[in-house]
Design a protein around this ligand. Structure first.
Ligand SMILES: Cc1cc2nc3c(=O)[nH]c(=O)nc-3n(C[C@H](O)[C@H](O)[C@H](O)COP(=O)(O)OP(=O)(O)OC[C@H]3O[C@@H](n4cnc5c(N)ncnc54)[C@H](O)[C@@H]3O)c2cc1C
Ligand code: FES
Ligand code: FES
Length: 482
């Protein structure tokens, strides 16, 4: 785990630290990959983290004069989901971010981190490659831009040097004659690593019916993401009839070199490449695909986008103390090296309402609010709490009144052993703030990162709908008081 944690406030400072301390030091963004790798001993020798999430301006999504979209290195998957620009002009990426983990995970996990972990199963790489993305890498001494197609050298290997930082992801914005989408097969609906994923971007000729150009990329079927080159070539100059779609899907399989692993056999993956390529092409042939992602997906932000609180000066832990506002009280911590925010809350602040289930982002029991968004505290380094505003389940009670979600959980018997409950309550509190009238599907999506072994989910979902009504003042409050 980490021993030293730097929180610079400028890119130059981050690059100087990286240049000095690499390869012992690594950049950390959301930490949802890196913390687990450190925990599992998969990054031997790394003991220093450089947190770039407090550097202002790195979370922007912009369109330049040449028609390129720029995505900053701190942009999270949820920020992708909230971006109208990306929805309109880079939909396959939005569709992929929608498939990553769960809402609370997506509040920390970044697109840059997804690219750089470089697993062939990561979801955003295939769409970014189909869109023709490139990344800009900077060190203290130089800067270069590399097309994503030339970025990967093998499983979890890239051309990036240890002293380089990714500072920009650029995508040519889709034009009026282009449309694209993404498909993922996982072993469950949420929190699933891809067995296969497929991204397709098509350019139509002037007639609006003939395919002028096609990009089809496949994930989890080779050491790196690959283009289905034979299928792409076949589609050029053809109309998307059912026969053409079926043949292109069949040809896509030829580019896949899958292996057998715990998630599926090579034969199954080959078959699924055909099925998922066919489905993506069918969807594009039918027209608009934007309905594939809800217009207002649950982000667990509440009413306003989260804003990491800026730091007036850079920090270095240790020797600096971690000073955080927790449930409205300023608290000071030392000796938190190697710890997570979950450890800090439970062991140092003695706020034991927040629970540890899996310790690796899968169960949601550790959900808290960090700078306004629901996050998984087991995947947040303790030092990230410095200068932050944190709310735990203990902080939901206001003026001795239970929060509407707490009240509804009691009233509707949405609790059995109670171990998962604080996590559900924290996620649901943000959900109903953001979606005052949540339908069943919105509740299911919003809570897709929270697991319960006891109740099943019916009563929990009922309680969340009830809580929303309570929050709207439409239902008499139950007797519950803190
Ligand atoms: C429970 C769970 C579910 C998940 N589900 C999915 C899923 O469905 N699909 C999927 O694709 N992934 C999934 N992931 C993986 C992970 O969440 C994503 O890959 C995420 O996008 C990583 O982003 P991050 O900001 O957390 O990266 P980090 O962990 O912060 O960093 C990842 C790597 O990139 C490096 N890095 C980050 N930013 C920079 C930068 N700007 N410059 C240089 N180096 C940098 C870090 O040093 C590290 O090596 C899941 C993870 C968990 C724990
Ligand atoms: S998600 Fe954090 S303990 Fe399970
Ligand atoms: S109530 Fe026991 S795990 Fe959910």
């Amino acid at each position: 785990m980490w021993r030293l944690y730097f929180t610079p406030t400028t890119i130059d400072e981050a690059l100087t630290l990286l240049d000095r301390d690499a390869p012992r030091a690594r950049i950390i963004a959301g930490g949802t990959d890196l913390l687990l790798e450190l925990e599992r001993g998969q990054r031997p020798g790394v003991d220093t983290l450089i947190d770039i999430t407090r550097i202002p301006g790195l979370d922007r999504i912009t369109l330049d004069d040449q028609g390129w979209i720029h995505i900053g290195p701190r942009v999270t998957h949820n920020q992708v989901l909230a971006s109208d620009l990306l929805r309109d002009r880079a939909f396959p990426l939005v569709r992929a971010s929608w498939e990553v983990g769960s809402p609370a995970l997506r509040n920390r996990a970044t697109v840059a981190g997804n690219i750089l972990t470089a697993s062939p199963a990561n979801d955003t790489i295939a769409p970014l490659m189909a869109l023709g993305a490139r990344v800009t890498l900077r060190s203290a001494h130089s800067q270069r831009t590399v097309p994503l197609a030339e970025f990967y050298t093998g499983v979890r290997r890239t051309v990036m040097q240890p002293n380089e930082m990714l500072v920009d992801i650029a995508i040519p914005a889709l034009g009026p004659r282009q449309r694209g989408t993404f498909r993922k097969l996982g072993l469950r609906k949420a929190q699933a690593i891809a067995v296969v994923n497929v991204a397709v971007v098509l350019t139509w000729a002037e007639d609006g019916e003939t395919v002028e150009d096609a990009a089809i990329t496949l994930g989890a079927v080779a050491p790196t993401i690959v283009h289905a080159t034979e299928a792409e070539a076949y589609l050029r100059g053809r109309r998307l009839t059912p026969e053409v779609i079926a043949e292109a899907a069949r040809l896509a399989v030829r580019s896949a070199r899958p292996i057998d692993d715990i998630r599926g056999s090579a034969a199954y993956r080959r078959r699924m490449v055909e099925v998922y390529t066919r489905r993506a092409l069918q969807a594009l042939a039918q027209g608009d695909v934007s309905h594939e992602v809800p217009a207002r997906p649950p982000l667990l932000w509440g009413q306003t986008p989260p804003q990491p609180r800026p730091l007036p000066v850079s920090a270095s832990h240790p020797p600096d103390e971690i000073v955080a506002r927790i449930n409205g009280r300023v608290m000071v911590f030392r000796d938190a090296e190697g710890k997570t925010l979950l450890d800090l809350l439970r062991d140092h602040a003695l706020l034991t309402g927040t629970k540890e289930g899996c310790g690796e982002g899968e169960c949601g029991a550790c959900t808290v609010h960090l700078d306004g968004a629901a996050v998984l505290s087991c995947l947040v380094p303790a030092a990230r709490a410095h200068g932050a505003d944190i709310v735990t389940v203990e902080g939901l009670v206001q003026a001795e009144h239970l929060h509407p979600v707490q009240e509804a959980f009691v009233h509707d018997h949405a609790v059995q052993c109670g171990y998962c409950t604080p996590g559900f309550v924290m996620a649901a509190a943000k959900l109903i703030e953001e979606h005052p009238h949540p339908d069943r599907e919105t509740i299911a999506h919003g809570l897709s990162g929270n697991l319960c072994r006891c109740t099943g989910y019916y009563k929990i979902f009922d309680a969340v709908a009830h809580a929303a009504a309570l929050a709207r003042g439409e239902d008499a409050p139950h007797e519950g008081q803190a």
